[in-house]
Design a protein around this ligand. Structure first.
Ligand SMILES: Nc1nc2c(ncn2[C@@H]2O[C@H](COP(=O)(O)OP(=O)(O)OP(=O)(O)O)[C@@H](O)[C@H]2O)c(=O)[nH]1
Length: 779
């Protein structure tokens, strides 16, 4: 067997755990540390599992290279020990003060003596679980600070035991297994499954529990300890070759210090030399250099760490570039600081102009940030005009709120004390005015809606860069708010004027107005058609032949309405009225006249006729003999028009409604057209035209500039922080661009082949190895 078959000598073979990735990880840690506490790289934990006294603590210690863990034949690890290794910068003198331990339960107290650390672990274990072999899942947290370690967490776990001893509960095995699983089931936990060589590998608790947590074997390394105390004539060659139980990442055989070595205070340095000698002296292990010794174990762990870091890199890269983009944007939003008055003035003017441009663009639909999800800016204004305002007016019934009784009462009121000869135009005018007045509120409301929209647009136009000038932002907000109010007032005044104009003069000559003649005609037709299904009305129909003349009479009576749309009284109307007057018989009881002409004629006429037909003396006698004193009923306080509708009244109501509807439609169209025009002119377009001038007048003032451009302190701080972060991220980005190559080279350097010669080691590694002299295993 040649020397080359064996592990290289410890001085050159030392492969400090993580030393090769330290430069990479350090750079990354530095980057992330600067970015804040949350952005750190997660390195895997390394947990050692196995049955009691299998040598777990010894393996950990050998890996760390310091003698600080309680070890013994009896149960030693009775609480999980969370060992956080933290790299520190070496002091200039490289003194022993460079390395120390700190327990969480002792606050910031530093333990420079590692034997004292061991004693403290024992004392702290006893404090919680007593001295009689009790076990607990309560962690002991120990931090080891050293310039020679990689930031990584190691976990020493209690060994699996079967038979309860001392204060242990009956279910001790299940409890310990659960405790172990809670650590090793984490996918970023590397498992060192420790089995002593002097026990049966097929019955290994370590491999069994590791198999449960990591069935694919991607993160389990088999460690076989106590190769030195195997039965004479036996060896672990087949185990190490994976012939007994195959393991994806394979096995490493180690020889740790025996209990005797510990008692004799044999150092780890000596133990490593002894281990090397042991393997050299055992032919059974020839050709297995890559699986023998603590240095090889460290090498394997290094490989996995490098792979882990490599796997992290793409994600880190995208995190960095996202952060870079976001920070650059944030920094941009804080803008530059202008020192000179002229510069500040230009900046202010620039803001005001940009704001006004954004305002106009939004209104005109030229905004760059136009939404594809919802209407915005000018489109919302158009929507309010057409789909809210116009649509609502179109849906309004012109006679809403006007019952037939209302109309009848209005007609009767308009005729005053007389029975009117004609259907008067006053009620129509009164009623139509009343209906027109109802258009005022929605019109004013429409103006208010548009005002609210403009306020919204004004807020939307506040650029993000203005956030750093709250005073300016507030003043701009005030100015535009007042300015829009100033536009709202004339717009509303104009709307009131439009409605007042409409109410002030009822233009019955409007070309689209139905006119009286047509209204009468339509009303008559409607009444006629409504009578057809009511044969009960026949008796009155007997006067049908006279209807034409009666109708003519009506037409005359409505001559004020019987004008053509051009305002002239129609010939037809006048002539028909004249003819009708001639031909209409006195005492006509037809329904088809107007109340103004025929109202009350029936009963009164017949009584009068009876009296007139008798001789005067007879009649007088009758009267005075038969009549007693007549008492009138007191009239009620509130008088309502009679409840019985005559058909004439029905016609009158219909005519009035037709006229109302026709005229209301004309006014409604005017309002639908003019109100948006007034709002656009006085409010929307006015604000677009004048906003810039108003800003200049109110804000662009020499004496205001400084106050308006005053940044709050926090913005200055934020800008500074964003600039620093940006700088760090740019650095990080550059660093990460270099890293994949480094990581690959590191990985190649850790192929489990022959170690590079001393001179080939990276300087950082070489110096550490040299300083130890014996290749102490650092992390
Ligand atoms: N001869 C020899 N003894 C070893 C070896 N590894 C460990 N030991 C001894 O075995 C005993 C148990 O070792 P520990 O490292 O305490 O084992 P452990 O698995 O941590 O024990 P618990 O934490 O109590 O479960 C100690 O006396 C060690 O000195 C080895 O490779 N060879």
């Amino acid at each position: 067997m040649s020397v080359n078959d064996f592990p290289p000598s410890s001085t050159s073979a030392a492969a400090p755990l993580g030393s090769s990735v330290i430069p990479i990880v350090n750079k990354l840690q530095d980057i992330f540390a600067q970015l804040g506490s949350q952005s750190t790289i997660e390195l895997p934990q390394v947990a050692v599992v196995g049955s009691q006294s299998s040598g777990k603590s010894s393996v950990l210690e050998a890996l760390v290279g310091r003698d600080f863990l309680p070890r013994g034949n009896d149960i030693c690890t009775r609480r999980p020990l969370l060992l956080q290794l933290l790299q520190t910068k070496p002091s200039s003198d490289g003194g022993s003060d460079d390395e120390w331990g700190e327990f969480r339960h002792h606050g910031g107290k530093r333990f420079y003596d590692f034997s004292e650390i061991r004693r403290e672990i024992e004392a702290e274990t006893n404090r919680v679980v007593g001295e009689n072999k009790g076990v607990s899942d309560q962690q002991i947290c120990l931090k080891i600070f050293s310039p020679n370690v990689l930031d990584i967490t190691l976990v020493d776990l209690p060994g699996i035991t079967k038979v309860p001893v001392g204060d242990q509960p009956t279910d001790i095995e299940a409890r310990i297994r659960t405790m172990i699983l809670s650590y090793i089931k984490n996918p970023s936990c590397l498992i060192l499954a420790v089995t002593p060589a002097n026990s049966d590998l097929a019955n290994s608790d370590a491999l069994q529990i590791a198999g449960n947590a990591d069935p694919d074997g991607h993160r389990t390394i088999g460690v076989i300890t106590k190769l030195d105390i195997m039965d004479r004539g036996t060896d672990a060659r087949n185990h190490l070759l994976g012939k007994t139980i195959p393991l994806r990442l394979g096995y490493v055989g180690v020889v740790n210090r025996s209990q005797e070595d510990i008692l004799l205070n044999r150092s780890i340095k000596d133990a490593l030399i002894a281990e090397e000698k042991f393997f050299l002296s055992r032919p059974a292990y020839s050709g297995l250099t890559d699986r023998l010794g603590v240095p090889q174990l460290a090498k394997k762990l290094n490989q996995i760490l490098v792979q882990h870091i490599k796997a992290l890199l793409p994600n880190l890269k995208s995190r960095i570039s996202n952060a870079l983009f976001a920070t650059a944007k944030e920094y941009e939003s804080y803008g530059d600081i202008k020192e000179t008055r002229a510069g500040q003035g230009a900046l202010l003017l620039n803001f005001l102009t940009k704001y006004c441009e954004a305002y106009s663009s939004t209104l005109e639909g030229r905004s760059k940030e136009m939404s594809t999800h919802e209407l915005s800016g000018g489109a919302r204004i158009h929507y309010i005009f057409q789909s809210v305002f116009v649509k609502s007016l179109e849906e309004v019934d012109p006679c809403e709120g006007l019952t037939d009784d209302d109309i009848r009462t209005a007609v009767q009121n308009a005729t005053g004390p007389r029975s009117a000869l004609f259907v008067p135009d006053v009620p129509f005018e009164v009623l139509v005015r009343r209906q027109i007045s109802r258009l005022l509120d929605p019109s004013l409301q429409c103006a208010r809606f548009i005002f609210d929209e403009l306020i919204k647009i004004s807020h939307h136009c506040m650029m993000t860069e203005l956030q750093r000038f709250p005073v300016l932002q507030k003043r701009m907000d005030e100015v535009i708010g007042n300015f829009l109010h100033e536009g709202l007032e004339p717009a509303q005044a104009m709307i009131r004027d439009i409605l007042e104009m409409e109410m002030d003069y009822i233009n019955t000559s409007h070309p689209n107005f139905i006119g009286g003649t047509k209204a009468v005609e339509v009303a008559m037709q409607q009444v006629k058609s409504s009578r057809i299904p009511h044969p009960i009305a026949r008796p009155k129909d007997t006067v049908e032949p006279e209807k034409a003349s009666s109708s003519a009479s009506q037409i005359k009576s409505l001559s004020f309405l019987g004008r053509q749309a051009n305002g002239l009284i129609s010939d037809q109307g006048v002539l028909a009225a004249a003819d009708a007057e001639k031909s209409a018989p006195a005492g006509n009881t037809s329904w088809s006249g107007f109340s103004s002409i025929f109202r009350g004629s029936d009963g009164q006429a017949s009584a009068k006729n009876n009296l007139l037909n008798k001789p005067l003396s007879e009649a007088t006698q009758d009267v005075y003999q038969n009549l007693s004193t007549i008492y009138l009923k007191e009239p009620p306080t509130v008088l309502k028009s009679s409840e019985n509708h005559s058909e004439q009244e029905a016609v009158e109501i219909k005519i009035t409604k037709l006229l109302l509807k026709s005229y209301y439609d004309i006014v409604r169209k005017n309002v639908e057209d003019l109100v948006p025009k007034a709002i656009m002119h006085f409010l929307v377009n006015y604000s677009k035209r004048e906003l810039h001038n108003v800003f200049i007048e109110k804000l662009y003032r020499e004496n205001l500039i400084e106050e308006l451009l005053k940044e709050p302190d926090e913005i200055a701080i934020k800008r500074k922080r964003a600039r620093e972060t940006l700088h760090i991220l740019q650095q990080a980005n550059r660093t990460l661009d270099e890293l994949p190559l480094e990581a690959e080279s590191v990985e190649r350097g850790y192929r489990t082949g022959p170690e590079p010669k001393h001179e080939e080691l990276p300087s950082s590694r070489r110096s550490r190895t040299d300083s130890n002299g014996y290749g102490r295993i650092h992390m």
